[in-house]
Design a protein around this ligand. Structure first.
Ligand SMILES: NC(=O)c1ccc[n+]([C@@H]2O[C@H](COP(=O)([O-])OP(=O)(O)OC[C@H]3O[C@@H](n4cnc5c(N)ncnc54)[C@H](O)[C@@H]3O)[C@@H](O)[C@H]2O)c1
Length: 287
């Protein structure tokens, strides 16, 4: 693959695009909002300057990455890309509308990936005339740092397309894993949810303090951060809404958010961002 287009220049898209540009690929980054593209341009410059200052890349590599990256307000700039990675708002209809437009704009061989955490690639494949070339390519936040990419396959996607996508992931320094069938939450979020569900349940039933539950997981399982602190960091609101989505879609009882998670969501105790979650921020004590 020689040219990549990333649609959506938010938290994820700008970092995915910069990772591609740093890896030597011609990259278009598009967003429908002018301010998003401006913020992405600032982010890219600051990030590259920091890397040069720390001696991680040379000034020439910085210049090459900037030369590879085209911040384009017009979606037409994506038309000749080999691969499109969609990273726009996490809602089905806007994504479907974008995929319909791209399907008209791009030649039939272009592969479309969605970075969506929950919306199945097969649903978006269904709005295009190229279902065999549409799948989830799920990066982790922050995409410049996190190595893992989950490539999620559905029955229409043939082996050679999967191989092309895996080769792309490796070419930008990532480690891909394949999900052979679609399932909400993929691998990492499912395992994270199972772990946090149990941690919240132990806490809400009074078996141990938040600090001791986190200490047990860091010291006993070797995790870099305990599950309750991690929930506070990623946001109680984000976890609660994602689980509600999954529960409403699947009706699987184990997907249902813990009672305490719901109460914390309703009280606005959303973790670090609100100053209180399982811990109180500022003085950083367990609540
Ligand atoms: N943030 C995370 O931790 C994370 C992790 C993995 C996957 N994801 C997924 O990545 C996607 C993007 O998430 P994010 O956190 O970067 O969102 P974000 O809100 O930071 O950015 C979304 C960007 O998309 C733009 N946009 C919206 N509609 C558009 C359109 N039709 N055309 C072009 N641009 C459009 C917005 O202007 C915005 O700049 C979502 O599907 C999300 O589920 C997010």
């Amino acid at each position: 693959m020689e040219k990549i287009a990333v649609i959506g220049a938010g938290a994820m898209g700008r970092q995915i695009a910069l990772q591609c540009a740093l890896s030597g690929l011609k990259t278009v980054l598009n967003d429908s909002r002018k301010e998003s593209l401006e913020q992405a341009a600032d982010f890219v410059r600051e990030h590259l300057d920091k890397r040069v200052a720390k001696g991680r890349i040379s000034s020439e590599q910085r210049a090459t990455a900037l030369g590879n990256l085209d911040l384009a307000p017009d979606l037409a700039a994506a038309a000749d890309a080999d691969l499109i990675i969609e990273a726009i708002v996490e809602k089905f209809e806007p994504k479907a509308e974008l995929f319909r437009t791209l399907d008209r704009l791009c030649p039939p061989q272009t592969i479309f990936g969605t970075n969506s955490s929950n919306i199945r690639g097969s649903r978006l494949a269904g709005v295009t005339a190229r279902p065999q070339r549409v799948l989830n390519i799920h990066f982790f936040n922050p995409a410049l740092v996190m190595e893992l990419v989950e490539v999620v396959v559905h029955p229409a996607v043939p082996a050679e397309i999967i191989e092309e996508v895996l080769a792309f992931c490796r070419s930008i320094g990532k480690t891909p894993v394949v999900l052979r069938k679609e399932i909400p939450g993929f691998i990492v979020n499912r395992i994270f949810r199972a772990l946090t569900r149990e941690a919240v349940s132990l806490y809400e039933e009074g078996y141990a303090s938040a600090e001791d539950i986190d200490l047990a997981v860091t010291k006993g399982l070797g995790h870099p951060m305990g599950p309750l602190r991690l929930l506070d960091t990623t946001g109680i609101d984000v976890s609660y809404l994602a689980r509600m989505d999954e529960y409403e879609e699947t009706s699987v009882e184990s997907a249902k958010p813990n009672r305490l998670l719901k109460e914390m969501y309703e009280r606005g105790e959303w973790g670090k961002k609100s100053g209180k979650g399982f811990y109180i921020y500022g003085d950083d004590k367990a609540k």
